[in-house]
Design a protein around this ligand. Structure first.
Ligand code: NAD
Length: 315
């Protein structure tokens, strides 16, 4: 069956899935959007509500559907699963969400689906690995939203700290989208100038305590939001919209998506968020960026933690 690049499906229409659908409606990337949820009424209600906004958004059709509707989709986004409660880590969601991912993969692989799977449910790196292993699809077609959101937060906070437009800040959060993630300070730059050189030009300094404060703010951001409003969804919806745009427009953009590693950085048997080139075919190329000694060690520790969780799943 031919792939329709302009048709997408979202599986799981809770806070995150519905917010992504709203973002897609605003972006005008797709002409068909199918919403699937274990709770059919929820998917139907969201499709009806979103469709009311169509006269003020892009020309597209939004319907509640079934797995038969995904066969010709270019992109399927998976957000089904339970979310974190205050004080709960992403890794603590694993058993419930791995079981849900298993049932969804059974449905998808029973259809002639040839498009890209974009995993958003948490713990996103472990579930990206699970989805790729259970589907048997090439790793290029199974990617996770990874630390695209966290990296956006890093750019924003660094921009504020340095009083410069965050779009001129280039820096990455890599590793787990979770508590063991790390900021790659050694490669951070403002329009090509490394942080120290940029600060010198501005008579500024960005001390270690400031770096640590920014890192903690990013790492703990989801918990801070969950403590106040119960869930996070707008930020991730914007991040997923960005990844979807890279795929639909074949942008070859560099984003820290979650990818299954096969020897890169000396790691395998795990999915991690790593800067990668993203285009029409999903993952195009994993970039092995230079890391400082401590950064390399932190990436290996992060991988080790995730690998342990994956091995516990006995896929
Ligand atoms: P939610 O409870 O609001 O929605 C989950 C939805 O999944 C519900 O509508 C439920 O009916 C549906 N669902 C459950 N099992 C299903 C199945 N087998 N098939 C189809 N649908 C099913 O939760 P939420 O706040 O939308 O969060 C969803 C997931 O996204 C969580 O795992 C959360 O941790 C994750 N999340 C990820 C990021 C990220 O950066 N990757 C950010 C925020 C949330």
């Amino acid at each position: 069956m031919a792939v329709n690049d302009r048709k997408a499906a979202i599986i799981g229409c809770g806070f995150v899935g519905a917010s992504i659908a709203f973002r897609f409606l605003q972006q005008g990337l797709f002409s068909r959007l199918v919403l699937i949820d274990a709770n059919r009424d929820k998917a139907e209600g969201e499709a009806m509500d979103l469709s009311d906004g169509l006269p003020y958004g892009a020309a597209m059709e939004i319907t509640a559907g079934t797995y038969d509707d995904i066969s010709d989709c270019g992109l399927v986004v998976i957000t089904a699963g339970v979310n974190q409660k205050p004080g709960e880590t992403r890794l603590q969601l694993i058993e419930r969400n791995a079981a849900i991912m298993g049932s969804i993969m059974g449905e998808i692989t029973a259809r002639p689906f040839q498009g890209i799977l974009l995993i958003v449910s948490n713990p996103v790196d472990v579930l990206t690995y699970t989805a790729q292993a259970l589907s048997g699809y090439p790793r290029e077609r199974v990617i996770g939203s990874g630390t695209v959101l966290d990296t956006g937060r890093l750019k924003q906070l660094l921009g504020e700290e340095l009083s410069v437009d965050s779009r001129n800040v280039h820096a990455f959060i890599v590793g787990e989208h979770g508590d063991s993630e790390l900021a790659v300070w050694s490669g951070a730059n403002v329009s090509g100038l490394n942080l120290d050189d940029f600060c010198r030009l501005r008579d500024q300094e960005i001390h270690q305590p400031a770096r640590e404060r920014i890192y903690r703010e990013i790492r703990d951001s989801a918990q801070q939001i969950i403590c106040r409003k119960g869930a996070t969804y707008y930020g991730i919806a914007m991040a997923v919209g960005r990844i979807a745009a890279c795929i639909v427009r074949d942008e070859h953009a560099v984003l820290p998506i979650s990818v299954v590693l096969e020897g890169e950085y000396g790691l395998d048997g795990v999915a991690l968020s790593i800067p990668s080139i993203v285009g029409r075919n999903g993952l195009e190329k994993i970039l092995e960026i230079p890391l400082g000694e401590e950064e390399g060690a932190a990436l290996r520790r992060s991988a080790g933690q995730l690998r342990e969780v994956i091995q516990g799943l006995k896929l």
